[in-house]
Structures are given as C-alpha cells and as structure tokens.
Design a protein. Structure first.
Length: 165
C-alpha cells in the first residue's frame, strides 16, 4: 500500500467522526446565506453560482457592472485550510488576468497584493478581509464582509479607472 492509500484511510477515519461534514456544511450554508444577503442588498451587481471547490476554497463572484464591462470579476473566497475570507479581483479568463497583472505591475495599488502569473493562480489582486471568522455570529460576519468587499470594489474601480483613463 502506498501513501495515497494511507491518505484515503485517514480521510475515511476522519469522515467517520462526523466533524468534517458538519463543519463543511456550516461553511457552505454560510456562503449561501452571504450570497443571498449581498444579492438582496446590491441587486445591481452580478453574482455567480457558488464554487464549492475541493475543500481548498469556496467562492462566488459578486461584480459591479463597471468591472464586468472590463471583463473583470470580484470573487469572495473562503480559504478552508487558513479558515479566512479574502476578496479577489479576477479576470474572466487567464489572458485577461495576465493583461491586468502586467498593466498594474509597476503601478501603485495601495495596500493590496498584486498576484503573479503562475499556474493555479486565479487572481489579479488579493486582499484578506476576515482572518478570524466567528461562524457563531453569522449576521455580524456578513456585515463585516460586505463592508470590506464594497471598500475593495471602490478602491479597485478607482485603480482601474485611473489606469484605463
């Protein structure tokens, strides 16, 4: 038996405890509630379906028209291993992503982190928005995430507008 078999046995062992399923379900339920909350409060934004991931990340797009018209999107991302939320500026595809990374490479993007073009990197700019989520107070978490996402969108819209002229 190899390492893969050992990993699957450990996975099965952990699943039999039942904790992973409860935690995963809580995360997915929260993301669904967050998506509905944001859609109700910002009906002019475009949202996508939730991407459930491979227990690495779960996200959905939440994009204003001005960024969508530039073939960009905003992703609200929960990173499972780090147990934190981030917001990402992403392109509609890898070509768009690369073009924006190159365009912004030598520009002042403030406190944000510009991504590098590498396989598996899906963002142009990333920002951590909630590093210690309290899933016991989901309403407060939704409000905090909304505030930070809207601030990020406003900042990114200004950066893109200034760059594109």
């Amino acid at each position: 038996m190899g390492a893969l078999d050992d990993n699957i046995r450990e996975y099965t062992f952990q699943l039999n405890k039942g904790i992973i399923q409860k935690a995963y379900k809580a995360i997915i339920n929260f993301m669904s509630e967050l998506k509905a909350y944001l859609e109700s409060r910002h009906p002019d934004y475009n949202t996508s379906s939730i991407y459930f991931g491979y227990m690495d990340m779960t996200y959905f797009a939440f994009t204003p028209v001005n960024l969508k018209n530039n073939k960009l999107k905003i992703a609200i991302v929960f990173l499972h291993e780090e147990c934190k939320f981030e917001v990402w500026l992403a392109g509609n595809n890898r070509k768009i992503q690369g073009e924006y990374i190159e365009m912004l490479r030598h520009k002042d993007i403030g406190r944000y982190t510009l991504s590098q073009v590498h396989p598996g990197v899906d963002s142009i700019i990333e920002s951590s928005i909630l590093e210690h989520p309290d899933f016991g107070d989901s309403f407060e978490m939704k409000k905090q995430i909304e505030t930070k996402v809207i601030e990020f969108i406003e900042d990114i819209s200004t950066i893109i507008t200034n760059e594109k002229g």
